[in-house]
Design a protein around this ligand. Sequence first.
Ligand code: H79
Length: 554
Amino acid sequence: MKKIIVLVISLSFFACKNEQKFSSVEARLEWWKDARFGMFIHWGPVSIKGTEIGWSRGREWTVEEYDTLYKQFNPVNFDALEWVRVAKAAGMKYIVFTSKHHDGFCMWDTKYTDYNIMNSPFKRDVMKELSEACKKEGIALGFYHSTCDWHHPDFPLTSPGGSVKRESFNLDRYTEYLKNQSVEIIKNYGPLLVMWYDVPQQFDSVRGQGVIDHIRKIQPDILVNNRTGAKGDFDTPEQRVGNFQNTRAWETCMTIGRQWAWKPNDEVKSLEQCLHNLIRSAGGDGNLLFNVGPKPDGTIEPLQVERLKEMGRWLNKYGHSIYGTRGGPFKPADWGVSTRKGNMVYLHILKWSGESPKITIPDIGTDIVKATLAVGGEVKYTKTGDSFVIEFDGKLLQPVNTIVEIEYAGNVMNVKPSDVISQSISYMKGVTGSSNQKGQWINHQWVDLKAINNGDWSGSFWQPSDDDKTPWIEFDLGKPEKISKAILYESGNNVESFELQYKSGNEWKTFYKGTGMGPRAEVVFDPVEAGIVRLLIGSRRGTVQIYEVMLLND
Ligand code: H79
């Protein structure tokens, strides 16, 4: 009974608050942090072609072709309520919808350009319908609005990708256009949760701040992200989970598939990947803005809907360890993360190598009153020196995430975040590789060598260049370590053979040879002691993407 009352209160808290005005940006930001999970929607006439929104203008399609797509845009099955209900079923608390992407097409009835949805065969203001549906269902709403505009004659850069300079332009006049449209959106569909600007290009911090100050005259409590050119209210790691950061708000934006706009037969992240991205974001003290790209007929891909509903079912059971929490007090480790609320700390064990979990956490200065598993089951905790050792039977490990709920005697919200011990010897150690060392965008995925040992095996990955003949990744462990096991995570199944080697003098010695890798390869070998270890990829079919490499001593 008590649970039901708490649920009703928390649901109505979300339902009523988001339509209200807040007393300050800070107050709205706290609501937004409590919400933790939102739906990003990238949609526009380009969905007819199934290529990337904005970026495919002047690239896959000529500018003329791209700019006339709206004449065929007729998403007759669009139902705003249905979208909002999918978001709610997923456990999302807010929606951010593309009012305008870099291609300049406007998805609402704007008086500032004819290049808008009212001049498509559809002739319906989808943003109006969406804002009404959100109000009805108690979901907060914000808009993604591209700072750059490769279609607008006053913007200095044009397609493809803003790489072409216009002969004549007027950035001040364009800034007025951007401000006017932003105000129009807020007045028509607000109060809004957020204006989510993107890709400032020629906007500097003064110009960006000018936009923020301008829209705050209309809605003083509106949130603005960090992509106007100015700093804004929160950071926006893209296509990767942000690092632990509780000194400034942040939100990871990430696609559920591999493209922002709809792509036919796009792959969908597994439920485990989806939830791990959400949980890792919460554990790092950030939000997740998870993107779907609706189809040209106006509906969301059934596969994506199904996945989102699965997330919602998990959140129905375990949402108390996500909503309303803050990241920490323990910093993310390779095995998982922690979240906290009042006197409670939730340890989220996302992957555990070995039999029964045994996790050492520092003493945070207040006693542990109780420790249990969210699924039910006993947890042993033992004080040893400055630490507690948390243990439970490995049979109780859950497929996606095992939550240890620790109740402390005192409030833990102000405890300074501390490091915890990871299982993997290679976790966050020095890493070099044969290609893409510094990170780069490839097909809108962020490819970074550091992704290989950051514990994030669901979001970001490393991808050797196509012309890289012998891809390798090298770990400098700092000192000789005993290694007896490795766990390797690949996207798909394209590695045909690989070797694990260690450096002995100037020579590489192979200590394990594998055929095939796949989503998760756990390999055991005679223990070696080594300070520098590398993974050498032999033959491969197509593009190889590796999420994580863990070296363990079990
Ligand atoms: O709206 C989504 C993306 O379109 C947008 N931000 C999210 C929310 C975005 N803007 N910039 N980027 C993403 C990074 C751009 C990456 C790429 Fe490219 C564009 C990869 C491929 C095309 C530019 C051209 C970089 C490499 C080639």
